[in-house]
Design a protein around this ligand. Sequence first.
Ligand code: ADP
Ligand code: MG
Length: 249
Amino acid sequence: MRKDFMPMEKIRVENLFKSFDGVPVLKGIDLTVQEGDVVCLIGASGSGKSTLLRCLNFLEEKDSGTIEISGEAIEPKTHSINKLRRRVGMVFQHFHLFPHKTVLENVTEAPVYVLGMNKKEAEDEGRKLLAKVGLADKAGAYPSSLSGGQQQRVAIARALAMKPEVMLFDEPTSALDPELVGEVLDTMKQLAKEGMTMIIVTHEMNFAREVADYTMFIHEGRIVEQGPSRELFANPQEEPTKAFLKRIL
Ligand code: ADP
Ligand code: MG
């Protein structure tokens, strides 16, 4: 096959290990995510999902193994982690907005102060992103006046403002009241449709099945099963996957 027809690998992880205080948490993770793919990562509490995302965003330093972003192996010793973090956006369960800044200021803060973007340009871009997440009319509001679903959509806009190559989501709807989950999932669906490469840790199994191209099941620090989402949900092969899905569905 000609190389320019090959889908581009956005993330490749090989044999990733991570322990805390001598206790192994990630025990040899291998995964690849192609450009434009939406991947859901599912698994029980404590199985290592957040640790894996945090390693991919370099919030945690791996013990060993390889992490490649767009074909480039990343080593904290040779790369500027701050620069890298711009390439990998992250959205957390708790939104972590700056409470004393307006919605628009939350979105423009990093482009202006980290990327050195012109303020006017950052604001124009920020307003576009707020419109994209359905919050055009909230630019001047403070986070405390917004619902949890609205705050999470601001957090998504804020991450997008850095123009990341990949977006990581760690249980983005777990802290929300049930009636607010849908608006955040819809925003993520829209991003997926636009071709954003995404890895999403979620307990929203319908979202995983319907929206994710692939689902990976992590069990005790190992990805024990992965495949096209519909296949994995309809026909899990491994015992831990079967047991987990039986419990949760
Ligand atoms: P999950 O997101 O799947 O619930 P985590 O990645 O948060 O799992 O945690 C996996 C394991 O690693 C848990 O046993 C957790 O207590 C442990 N762990 C996570 N972060 C730390 C840390 N910073 N220090 C010590 N132990 C941690
Ligand atoms: Mg977690």
